[in-house]
Write a new protein. Structure first.
Length: 306
């Protein structure tokens, strides 16, 4: 019987995201407050008799409008993750990888990183390569700065390029409404536009997340948290996608405590006071503006076998 192992990994929002100037390696130093939320990617890994590694898209992938446009070549992060794990461990057997995508593509929620994290966990279990979570995280950081957080989940402060994680123990959950766009934004393009907007300015390198926002999230103080949500990438994302301003306003008019662009956008995250409030906001946005929205919560666990 052919063996299949499926792993699930969460998307994330950046409750606070401060961005420094470009580094010599082309990346930007950041100070991020990550929160893993209950919108998940699944990767099913099925053993092959040969050494081939393939990827396909599950028909139930709600985040993919046109499957013909979804890239399934060697640059796909799940293939890269599987090949990286195989090289690192010396494993030679192949695998068929099937992705179920629910996190918006190019939406600022780390969906590709979640795919990579799920692929690492699924292949590690399928192949019996025996790497622990810390070893998988080190491998994952070679695929993208957000992959280590997709592996760990929960909530964390991220420094460096976002991969230097300090986990947080939250006392309570927070509820959100995610409003995806019908288009994506290139993360490099958003950072490039931010650099252009900042041209000539002396931008400091962030060294910490503001303690007040950490305290508000850890303590579940929704009122305080609402006034502290921040994302340095917002001006750049809104220049590339001006309609984001209207979505942010509609979210606040629908009763959200606060609204922000998630990561590099264009997904918008709306803070709610609880699960029922989140459902009310999502329903109002659908009824009055025709916006598909997802009521989610965080924190949730990182990549794991299901």
């Amino acid at each position: 019987m052919t063996r299949t192992i499926t792993a699930r990994a969460p998307g994330k929002i950046n409750v606070s995201f401060r961005v420094g100037p470009p580094r010599s390696d082309g990346y930007h130093a950041v100070a991020s407050l990550y929160l893993a939320v209950s919108l998940f990617e699944d990767v099913a890994a099925t053993a092959r008799a040969d050494a081939a590694i393939t990827v396909s898209l599950h028909p139930g992938s709600s985040a993919v409008a046109d499957p013909e446009d979804f890239p399934l070549g060697e640059d796909n992060l799940v293939i890269r993750a599987a090949r990286l794990l195989a090289r690192h461990t010396g494993h030679v057997a192949g695998v068929d990888l099937e992705i179920t995508k629910r996190v918006p593509i190019a939406g600022g929620m780390g969906g590709g990183s979640a795919d990579a994290a799920a692929a690492l966990v699924a292949c590690n279990a399928l192949w019996g390569t025996g790497l622990n979570r810390e070893e998988l995280s080190r491998l994952g950081s070679r695929l993208g700065a957000d992959v280590p957080f997709a592996l760990s989940g929960g909530a964390a402060v991220g420094l460096g390029v976002g991969d230097e994680l300090s986990p947080l123990l939250l006392r309570t959950r927070t509820d959100w409404v995610l409003v995806p766009a019908s288009y994506g934004l290139s993360t490099p393009a958003v950072y490039s536009r931010l650099d252009t907007l900042r041209d000539g300015l002396d931008v400091p390198t962030p060294t910490e997340v503001e303690p007040a926002v950490v305290q508000a999230l850890v303590g579940g103080d929704h009122g305080a948290l609402a006034g502290l949500l921040a994302n340095d990438l917002t001006p750049a994302a809104m220049e590339l996608a001006p309609e984001l301003g209207a979505v942010l306003r509609m979210g606040e008019q629908a009763g959200a405590l606060s609204a922000l662009v998630s990561g590099s956008g264009p997904t918008v995250a709306l803070l709610a006071s609880g699960p029922e409030h989140a459902r009310e906001i999502a329903n109002q946005l659908l009824d009055e503006a025709g916006l598909a929205a997802h009521a989610v919560h965080g924190p949730v666990h990182g990549a794991s076998i299901i």
